[in-house]
Design a protein. Structure first.
Length: 509
């Protein structure tokens, strides 16, 4: 059998995933947050996704940005066929899917335009080094001056202990018959046996625990396969990625995690003072990864940085409308880049979140109701990085119609576990777990919410694929009890989500 994947797993397709931090408006906000002029996204702009898999991110972004032009690239023909079929079904004429390798992108036959934004998730760590050179060549020839690039990868030194384990997983799975996820199951089981007999020394215990946890969260081990089994898999130091992208005249802007815009996050006074002596910005950023044990980066670069004046940046930030996208929790927390759970001032943010429950509010309006000093940067960072809020764009009828068509087919192509819906008022997609997606599906036609009907439909679809509802991790096999539990759960979710979805204008009323 020909290995046309050249070490990249092709017999198991990557999962349908949407990455909100790849949305053009979020990348532009990241640039502005860090004092860099973003490209103009007000009218028609061009966007390219490298390594799009089944195309969910590009499909949603095309639906919510109907006047923009999207191109998405993947070398797996099955993935491109899935993506193109969904685009046709939803009538999305502004997105084109290309079955091409990265090496082919600069060939005349590719006929790709120049782009305002190029984004890639799950690429840099997972492909061979020669493909990095092909990506940099593409960026050199196809990214507009002032254009943005989003790139994510696993980071050194945090992954040092995992590198030997990943090599063992790959070697153990290589000789197994069947699909790669079957080989992954065998490899992980053998890895645990080798650790139990101390053939793999105890110093790797934490890494093996991480692998077992990752496998437990991976449906059919599909995600696990794509995270760990590619031949080209390799984590990188920030300095090496920054220097490689520098060959395409790209300069680092900041992280899509807005909190990381504060470069001294997680550092004490002595550490800040010592790092201030480091002149090279690439080395200083790399040392920050050492300090906080950063495992994953999703960074934004620009081809020709234009500084944004502070007055313009503050005016843009103060005028930014924010909308709630999730229910307000009893205890409001945000996870810092260090992994620490931070609890913002409950009185201040309690007033802010209360004001947002009646509709989108600008940062200026939220600062006015805070009742205590809080900065615009702190407010936006806290609300967006927590996942509670997103910037609000207002309703565009063309985007609404395209999103409605795409969302109508979501149940047909998603698993019964979860789905992502396009939200035109936000300019991105919302990832909905199973119960929330079942509610959305039942309510999007304008029907009155009926918790019992939604619960019966969801339990029936779960039963059909061998899934039982669970309480505290224990499956409920009795059908009447499962229906009662799910009806109560659905009733609670209706009370929580219905007001938010109506504010976001994804439901009638």
């Amino acid at each position: 059998m020909v290995d046309w994947g050249k070490g990249y797993i092709t017999d198991v397709e990557y999962l349908d995933t949407f990455h909100p931090t790849m949305a053009p408006q979020h990348l532009a906000l990241t640039a502005a947050f860090n004092g860099v002029e973003p490209p103009d996204l007000a009218g028609t702009f061009t966007y390219c996704e490298l390594g799009c898999s089944r195309g969910l991110t590009s499909l949603i972004l095309a639906a919510v940005n109907p006047r923009a032009i999207f191109h998405a690239v993947d070398f797996n023909p099955a993935s491109i066929a899935h993506a193109a079929a969904r685009a046709r079904a939803a009538g999305l004429g502004n997105v084109t899917f290309h079955e091409r390798s990265f090496e082919e992108l600069t060939e005349p036959a590719a006929r790709l335009p120049k782009f305002d934004i190029v984004a890639m998730h799950g690429v840099w760590t997972w492909v061979a080094p020669e493909l990095h050179r092909a990506i940099v060549a593409f960026l050199s020839s196809h990214l507009k001056p002032g254009g943005l690039v989003c790139v994510s990868y696993n980071v050194l030194p945090a992954w040092n202990e995992m590198m030997p384990l990943q090599r063992l997983l790959r070697e153990l799975s290589a000789g197994q018959a069947g699909l790669s996820n079957q080989g992954a199951g065998y490899a992980l089981a053998m890895l645990n046996r080798l650790a139990e007999k101390k053939i793999i020394p105890p110093r790797f215990r934490e890494g093996i625990m991480r692998l077992n946890e990752a496998a437990s969260r991976s449906q059919d081990l599909t995600y696990f396969v794509h995270e760990y089994l590619h031949t080209g898999w390799a984590p990188y130091y920030f300095a090496d990625v920054a220097r490689a992208l520098g060959e395409a005249k790209l300069g680092y802007v900041g992280s899509t995690r807005l909190m990381k815009s504060f470069s001294d996050i997680g550092l004490n006074e002595e550490q800040r003072a010592l790092l201030s002596e480091i002149a090279a910005p690439e080395l200083k950023e790399t040392l920050g990864d050492f300090c906080i044990n950063n495992q994953f980066r999703q960074d934004v670069y620009v081809r020709g940085a234009r500084p944004m004046m502070d007055a313009k940046r503050m005016a843009l930030l103060n005028a930014l409308p924010l909308a709630l996208v999730a229910p307000v929790p009893e205890v409001f927390e945000v996870v810092a880049p260090t992994g620490e759970r931070l609890r913002p001032n409950p009185a201040v943010f309690g007033r802010i979140l209360e004001a947002m429950q009646t509709g989108p509010r600008t940062v200026r309006e939220l600062l006015a109701c805070a009742g205590a000093p809080v900065g615009a940067f702190e407010l936006v960072t806290t609300l967006v990085d927590s996942g509670l809020a997103r910037p609000w764009r207002g309703l565009d009828r063309e985007a609404r119609d395209a999103s409605t068509r795409l969302n109508a087919a979501a149940r047909d192509v998603s698993s019964v576990q979860a789905a992502t819906i396009a939200v035109p008022t936000l300019g991105l997609g919302l990832n909905l777990p199973a119960i929330e997606f079942a509610l959305y599906t039942a309510l999007r036609g304008g029907e009155e919410p009926d918790a019992a009907a939604v619960a019966a439909d969801l339990v029936g679809r779960w039963r059909a694929v061998g899934i039982h509802p669970s309480v505290n991790g224990e499956p409920i096999e009795n059908e009447a009890e499962a229906l009662a539990v799910m009806t109560r759960e659905c009733a609670a979710k209706i009370a929580q989500y219905l007001p938010i979805w109506r504010m976001l204008e994804i439901l009638p009323g």
